[in-house]
Write a protein that binds this ligand. Sequence first.
Ligand SMILES: [Zn+2]
Length: 178
Amino acid sequence: MAITPDTKDWTWVLERPCPECGFDTQGFAVEAVPGMIMANTAAWQAALDGASDARARPEPSKWSPLEYACHVRDVFRLYDQRLELMLSQDDPLFPNWDQDETAVTDRYGEQDPGEVAAELRQAAFAIAGRFEGVTGDQWQRTGARSDGARFTVETFARYFVHDPVHHLYDVTGQRAVR
Ligand SMILES: [Zn+2]
């Protein structure tokens, strides 16, 4: 069975805690984001190592741990590019990304779990490092998604970091403690 494309607009997570994973995007200082990315990444390494079969979908319409990990790796890479754009250009428009199409064309389910774990870690280091370098007024720089959603670097950081946390919950069933 195919995965149902996720066309939901998730920007509401900036307004209220996520009822599914429990994460509150307003519940921390934005400077904590790099550390949160690295903690999340460590949990992914454990989730991929510990999975008896990282390739197995728990049900036909739900991604396997491996597929979620591929998605999170690509989210880290994509958001690092978007962050770079916001820091280097005035009010950029982000190129569109179809996450479900990427999952199919890049054959997420056939990738090697060990390689994906390493790539996820590398991508996490890159974006955590870029957020680490954001200072002062840079947090108020702006950018926009192709669907019209607008962000500052700060709201972008809070919105972004929910994604890997939420997907870790999808895989482990453990709600965010924050
Ligand atoms: Zn969530």
